[in-house]
Design a protein around this ligand. Sequence first.
Ligand SMILES: *Cc1c(COP(=O)(O)O)cnc(C)c1O
Length: 396
Amino acid sequence: MDTKTLLEWSERYHVPTYSRAPICLVRGEGVRVWDSDGREYLDFTAGIGVVALGHCHPRVTGAIREAAGTLIHVSNLFHTAPQTHLARFLCENSFGDRVFFCNSGAEANEAAFKLARRYCREHFASDRYEIIAMRNSFHGRTLATVTATGQEKYRQGFEPLMPGFKHVPFNDLRAVERALDNRTAAVLLEPVQGEGGVNVPDDGYLPGLRKLCDEAGALLILDEVQTGLGRTGTLWGYQHWGVEPDIMTLAKGLANGVPIGAMVARDPVARGLTAGTHASTFGGTPFVASVALATLTTLLEEKLPERAARVGRHLMNGLAALKAKHSDIREVRGKGLLIGIELSRPAAALVTACREAGLLVLTAGDMVLRLEPPLIVDEATCDHALAILDGALAKA
Ligand SMILES: *Cc1c(COP(=O)(O)O)cnc(C)c1O
C-alpha cells in the first residue's frame, strides 16, 4: 500500500487523540528507524524513553523469540519463574523489598496510590488519604493519574476528578511543608520532571522531602517511569541525591518496548496490599518478565547508566555550544540522556525541521525540545544529531 493512502486511513480510522507526524515507520535498528519511503532517521525519542537498548536489540529480540515459544501467559493465580526472577532482580538492585507488576506507567501509579491509601488507613488512627503532587508533573492518563498530574490541559473536560490530591510548586520545600498535615498519606513526584519541561530540582530538594515525609509520617512516592532504568545516568533517579523512596513506579524502559509496569515498595509498606486487594490480568506474564530480565541484564552488563552519564555530558556540551550560537535557545538542562532545550518560541516548528532533516525529537510542553535517545547512543551519533539540530535552528 502507498504511504499516502495509509496516512489517510490512519487519520480516518483512529480516535483522533494523537497529532502524528506525516510519516509511517516500518523498521528500526539501534538508534535508527526507517519510514515506508525508505528514509532513515536518527531516533532521539527512543519511543518516548522506552527503547533504552535501541530498536530490536539482539538480546531482547532473542528473549522475545524464546519466551514466545515457551509460555506467554498464565494468570497470577500461579507462580512463574521469570516473574519471580524479575521481582528479585528489581529488589536486589534498588531500595525495594517487594514488587507488583502491571502494564503501564499510569497503572503502576494507580497501584502506588491504592497502596498508600490502604497502608495509611491501616497504619494511622486518623484518616489519611491525601496525596501531595507537584505542578507541571506528569503521571499518566487514567482518571486518578490525570488528577495527580499537575497540568490543567490534561484534565480539561474530564471532571469530576478524583478527590484527595493537592498540588504545590515543584522544587519548593516550604510549599510541601505548608501542605503537609495529618491527612497526608504521601508526597508524589518525578525526581526529574519529564513531560512538564525536563525540570531538574536543586540538590537539597529530595533529601529535604525525605526529611519532611519522615517527620510527618507520610510516604515518599517517586514516579520513575521516565527517569528510572539508567535514563538520567544512574540506574534510578533518586541515586543522584542519596535518598530512597518508600514506593517507586516504573514502566517505559523496563522491557525495551514490550508493555510492562511495576510498583516497587519497601516493607512494611508493601504489605499494605494484602491478598485480593489489587490485581492485574496481564501483569508480569512470563513472556514480558523474560523480556524485562533480558533488558535489565543487558543494561547492567553493558553499564548503560554510566554510558548515559558520559554521553549525556557530551551532548550537553554540544548543546551549550549551540546555545552560544543561537539566541533562540534560552536554557539547556537535564541529567544523563534526559535533556530539555528551552526555546524562546514554540518548539513544534523545530521538531518538524529536525524530522525533515532526518532527526526525530520530542517536546516537553510548548517551549521545550526534548532529547531522549536510546542509552546505547555514542558520541559520534550525538555529533551527527547536533549538526542536524544546528541546521534546523538556523532554518526554522
Ligand atoms: C510516561 C509517563 C507515565 C505514564 O506512562 P504510561 O505507560 O503512558 O501510562 C507516568 N509517569 C511518567 C513520569 C511518565 O513519563
